[in-house]
Design a protein around this ligand. Structure first.
Ligand SMILES: [Zn+2]
Length: 143
């Protein structure tokens, strides 16, 4: 979560909502990193989680990220939750809850939908205060 927070803060410094994500393999090594680049790239899908999953898939040479854990500072949205299922990620660890758009336990729960062919273990609220603090500070400074 340290690295995810760092990546999030870097995104915030260039004007993107500060969300950072890392993918760890079974051995706990970082195989992918991502930070929100929606503004930087003018790309509506450039969320930290999607970019981290792409980086991990490129690094490992496979789209299946079985055995991997994605760590992200904010609860994933519907798109990112869908991407976690598609990538067959084993575990999701997130920091702050997203009561407006969260799709892994708050507004909806895409990663534990029994109708889908893969489910993801969810570990929510890890270093929640720090993670939500970074977001609150970003939005406070923009007002
Ligand atoms: Zn997302």
């Amino acid at each position: 979560m340290d690295r995810a927070l760092e990546l999030g803060i870097e995104a915030g410094a260039r004007g993107d909502v500060p969300v950072g994500a890392v993918v760890l393999d079974e051995a706990g090594r970082v195989v992918g990193e991502g930070a929100n680049r929606r503004e930087a790239d003018a790309d509506p899908t450039a969320h930290a989680e999607v970019l981290a999953l792409r980086a991990a898939a490129a690094a490992t040479g496979q789209w299946r990220l079985e055995g991997c854990t994605l760590v992200v500072t904010l609860e994933p949205c519907t798109m990112c939750a869908g991407a976690l299922v598609l990538a067959r990620v084993d575990r999701l660890v997130f920091g702050a809850w997203d009561a407006k758009a969260g799709a892994t336990g708050s507004v909806r729960d895409v990663v534990r939908d029994s109708r889908l062919n893969h489910r993801v273990e969810v570990v929510p609220g890890v270093r929640e205060a720090e993670c939500s603090g970074v977001l609150e500070e970003f939005f406070r400074d923009r007002r």
